[in-house]
Design a protein around this ligand. Sequence first.
Ligand SMILES: [Zn+2]
Length: 231
Amino acid sequence: MRDLLIIFDSVRYDNFMAVYAATKWRKYGKVYKAYSHGTWTRPSVVSMLSGYLPQSEYGQPYKPSWNMLSPQVFHDREIPSWFLNSNAWMSKMAPSDYIEYSFLEGHSAPRIIERAKEITEMYHNFFIVMLLTETHIPYNYDPSVDGDHLNKVFKSYNNGEDNDAPWLARKYQKRGIIHLMNLVEPLFDLADRVFITSDHGDLMGEHHKVGHDPTFPFHKVLLEVPLMVIE
Ligand SMILES: [Zn+2]
């Protein structure tokens, strides 16, 4: 088994589709509309590390008995597992059976992808999960983006002020998706299967909110995420 599970943090389905429709990624196949197991990072990613991708018509590729949070089962099958992560919420839990459960601070997709490449060269079998945050508020992986300013605009909007926060969130998340697409594409030839999905969506104007704070009211866009399977 040579599997990569790539999670673009916070990417809502409709935003992903807008980018997908405008790029050459159509050649990699369809995008399933999937439903995440949680509306924010930790419950959703824990579900994925437990063997359950977001629900979709694609189904579940992993056997439920393969508890990836305790990848001893993977070890027994000689499938070493890695979780390469740049989300601080996930860094606080570190299952000991992973060969590597690293936390790379900041928007670190280039370093995470470089590490994944090294692993694919060193091991015949692997299961590598990558959680990439360039698509997460405040989208400040690019030095030209003033993340502090964006955070202020989003906070004011969430407190009731009318401003262009929803438009800005869509614009910058789409930029983040394109950025990550370009970075992860070279990995596709290194694995048998590549799963690309998200851990939850983001409010972008629904309920007059931007983001996915678990205290926000529920909206279905928080669960609607893309799922691509490239094999
Ligand atoms: Zn998240």
